[in-house]
Design a protein around this ligand. Structure first.
Ligand SMILES: Nc1nc2c(c(=O)[nH]1)N[C@H]1C(S)=C(S)[C@@H](COP(=O)(O)O)O[C@H]1N2
Ligand SMILES: [Mo]
Length: 528
C-alpha cells in the first residue's frame, strides 16, 4: 500500500496504516509545540519584540491572584521565574502531545489548537505597553504556522512503512521510524538552537551599550565609608553589598535589557512643563553619590531581602522641580518599561531624605537586574512603593488618582520601612560554650538606629556595641559578646530607632506593609 497526502489529512481513509498511530502523533505534537516556542523566540528577537512565552508568562504574573503569587514566591523564592519558565515548557509539551494525539484522527484539532495558542499570545501582547502589536502578530502567526507544518511533516513521516522487500514473508506492512526519529531529533536541535540564538540577539545590543557607558563624575561625592562602620566579625555581611550579592526582586519574567539609545525618561502628569530626557541628557545633569539601604516589604523577620549600595544619580527633587509640579500634584509615580508602577507622596521627594533617579550602583552603571539604564531609589520606603527599576516615566498625579502595581494586590499604599534588626552571627546552631560573639545588622532608614539590645533566653536585655552608621539612610552593624553556659539558648535581638521607638515584639506577616517582630535564633552551646 502507499501513503499519500490523503492519509495524512484523513487517516481514517487508510485504517491499516500502522505508522501515524495516536502515540506517534502525540510525539509529533509535543515536538512541534517545542519547536513553536523556540522558533517564536527567535522571530521575536529578529523583530526586537518580547518572546511569546515571555508575554504569556508576564500576563500570568500580572493577573495571577494574590494567593497564587505568594505560593509561587514561598515555594520557589527568587527562583519563581525559572520555575514559571520550566512550567510553561512542560505545559506546552503536554498540551502539544494531547493536541497531536487528538490530531491523529482529526487533523483540524491541530489547526484550531494553534490558532487558539496564537490568539492567547496576542491577548497577552495587548497587556504590554512597549510592544508593537503588528510585529507581535506576525511572530505569532508565522511561528504557529511553522508549528503546524512541523506537526504534519512528522505525522507524515511517522506513517512511512518499510519497503515490501524488507518485510518479505510476513505480508504485514511494518512501520519505518528512521525518518521520523531523524527529523524529530533535528527539529528539537533547531528549536534549542533558535532559543539560544534568540537569547544572544536579545541581549547583545544592550550589553554592548551598557559596557560602553562612562559614568559621570558626581558633583557631590559620598564620603568614604569609615573603617569604624565595619565590625571585624567573621560571618557578618559586608557593610556595602557587592552588586552580584545584592538582593533582587521584581515581577519581570525576563529581565529587561534596555538599549539606552532607544530609551527616554519622560516627566509629566500634573506639571506645568513636562519634559523628556535621553540617557545622555540624564547623565549630564549634576549627579550626587549616596549610600542607601534598600529593603523589600516581603522580607521576613531575619530575612535577607535587604542590601546596601552606593548609588549615583540625580536628586529626584531637581528632576521634579524642572517640570514645575502643579499645586494638585500629590503622588510621584514611577513607571517601568515593563509596565510596573510604584507611587509615594510627593513631599517625600524633598523632605531631606535621599531620593534620586539612579544611574550608577557601586561605581558601575546599574546592572540589568537592578534597573539599567535608570531607576528610582528613595530612602526609608520599601521598594514596592518607590524603587522602580527600568524607569521610563515619572508621572505626578493625585493620591487617589492612581494605585501602583502592588496596591490592588493587597499591599498598603504607604510603605515606610519598619525598624528591624537581624542576627547574622553565629551562623551555625552549634557554638562553643563560654564567651560568644553575637552580631548582625539593624536598620531604620530615615530615622537612624539609636540602640540594639540582645537577650539570652529570659535574661535581661544587654545593649550591643553599635558600629558607626554610614548615615541614617543605611543599616548599621552591631555586636555583643555574651557568656553561654553549656546547653540550648535562644538569642533575641531588638532595635530602637532615633524617634525613639523600640520595635514591637508582636509578630506580623510581611503583607500588607512589612513584617514585625523580634528576630531570634536557637543555638546549642557545647564544651569546647
Ligand atoms: N520595574 C520594576 N521595578 C521594581 C520592581 C518590579 O517588580 N519591577 N520591584 C520593586 C521591589 S518590590 C523591590 S523590593 C525593589 C528591589 O530592587 P532590587 O531588585 O534592585 O533589589 O525593586 C522595586 N522595583
Ligand atoms: Mo519588594
Amino acid at each position: 500500500m502507499t501513503t499519500d497526502l490523503e492519509d495524512v489529512i484523513e487517516p481514517e481513509s487508510s485504517p491499516q496504516s500502522p505508522g501515524a498511530s495516536p502515540r506517534w502523533c502525540a510525539a509529533a505534537g509535543a515536538i512541534s509545540a517545542l519547536f513553536t516556542l523556540g522558533f517564536g523566540y527567535l522571530l521575536a528577537a529578529w523583530y526586537e519584540e518580547h518572546s511569546p512565552v515571555d508575554n504569556v508568562a508576564t500576563a500570568v504574573i500580572g493577573h495571577a491572584p494574590h494567593w497564587l503569587v505568594e505560593i509561587g514566591k514561598s515555594w520557589f523564592g527568587t527562583n519563581d521565574k525559572v520555575a514559571l519558565g520550566i512550567g510553561v515548557v512542560i505545559i506546552t509539551t503536554a498540551l502539544g502531545a494531547a493536541v497531536g494525539r487528538a490530531g491523529a484522527r482529526r487533523p483540524l484539532v491541530v489547526w484550531v489548537a494553534y490558532a487558539v495558542l496564537a490568539f492567547v499570545g496576542f491577548v497577552a501582547v495587548l497587556d504590554r505597553p512597549d510592544t508593537n502589536t503588528v510585529s507581535a502578530a506576525v511572530v505569532l502567526v508565522v511561528s504557529a504556522l511553522a508549528g503546524v507544518g512541523v506537526y504534519f511533516l512528522l505525522r507524515y513521516l511517522a506513517s512511512l512503512e518499510q519497503p515490501v522487500s524488507a518485510t518479505a514473508g510476513s505480508g504485514e506492512p511494518r512501520p519505518d521510524r528512521r525518518w521520523f526519529l531523524g527529523v524529530a531529533a533535528g527539529v528539537v536541535v533547531v528549536a534549542a538552537a533558535s532559543a539560544s540564538r534568540a537569547r544572544t540577539i536579545m541581549n547583545q545590543v544592550a550589553v554592548a551599550a551598557r559596557n560602553a557607558v562612562g559614568l559621570p563624575v558626581p558633583s557631590e561625592r559620598a564620603p568614604a565609608v569609615p573603617a569604624s562602620a565595619s565590625l571585624s566579625v567573621p560571618g557578618l555581611e559586608p557593610i556595602v553589598t557587592p552588586n552580584s550579592e545584592f538582593y533582587k526582586i521584581d515581577t519581570a519574567f525576563v529581565t529587561p535589557r534596555v538599549d539606552p539609545a532607544d530609551w527616554e525618561l519622560s516627566v509629566g502628569g500634573l506639571v506645568d512643563e513636562p519634559f523628556t530626557l535621553s540617557y545622555d541628557e540624564l547623565l549630564n545633569m549634576p549627579m550626587v553619590e549616596r549610600y542607601l539601604t534598600l529593603a523589600c516589604v516581603s522580607n521576613e523577620v531575619g530575612g535577607d531581602l535587604i542590601s546596601n549600595a552606593k548609588w549615583l544619580g540625580v536628586p529626584l527633587a531637581e528632576v521634579l522641580d524642572r517640570a514645575k509640579p502643579r499645586g494638585d500634584a500629590e503622588q510621584v509615580v514611577g513607571r517601568s518599561v515593563d509596565g510596573f508602577t510604584a507611587g509615594f507622596p510627593i513631599e517625600l521627594a524633598s523632605d531631606g531624605r535621599e531620593a534620586m533617579v539612579a544611574v550608577g550602583m557601586n561605581e558601575e552603571p546599574l546592572p540589568f537586574d537592578h534597573g539599567f539604564p535608570a531607576r528610582l531609589v528613595v530612602e526609608g520606603l520599601y521598594g514596592y512603593v518607590s524603587a522602580t527599576k527600568w524607569l521610563r516615566e515619572i508621572e505626578l498625579t493625585t493620591w487617589d488618582g492612581f494605585d501602583g502595581y502592588w496596591i490592588p494586590r493587597g499591599w498598603s499604599k504607604l510603605g515606610p520601612i519598619k525598624t528591624q534588626s537581624r542576627i547574622d552571627v553565629p551562623r551555625t546552631r552549634a557554638v562553643p560554650a563560654g564567651p560568644t560573639v553575637i552580631a548582625g545588622v539593624a536598620w531604620a532608614q530615615n530615622r537612624g538606629i539609636d540602640k540594639v539590645e540582645v537577650r539570652v533566653d529570659d535574661q535581661p536585655w544587654q545593649e550591643a556595641q553599635l558600629a558607626d552608621a554610614i548615615s541614617d539612610a543605611t543599616w548599621v552593624q552591631w555586636m555583643l559578646t555574651v557568656d553561654l553556659a553549656v546547653g540550648e539558648h535562644t538569642l533575641t535581638v531588638r532595635a530602637t530607632d532615633e524617634t525613639p521607638e523600640t520595635q514591637t515584639e508582636e509578630r506580623s506577616r510581611p503583607d500588607p506593609n512589612g513584617a514585625t517582630g523580634w528576630h531570634s535564633r536557637t543555638v546549642e552551646a557545647a564544651q569546647a
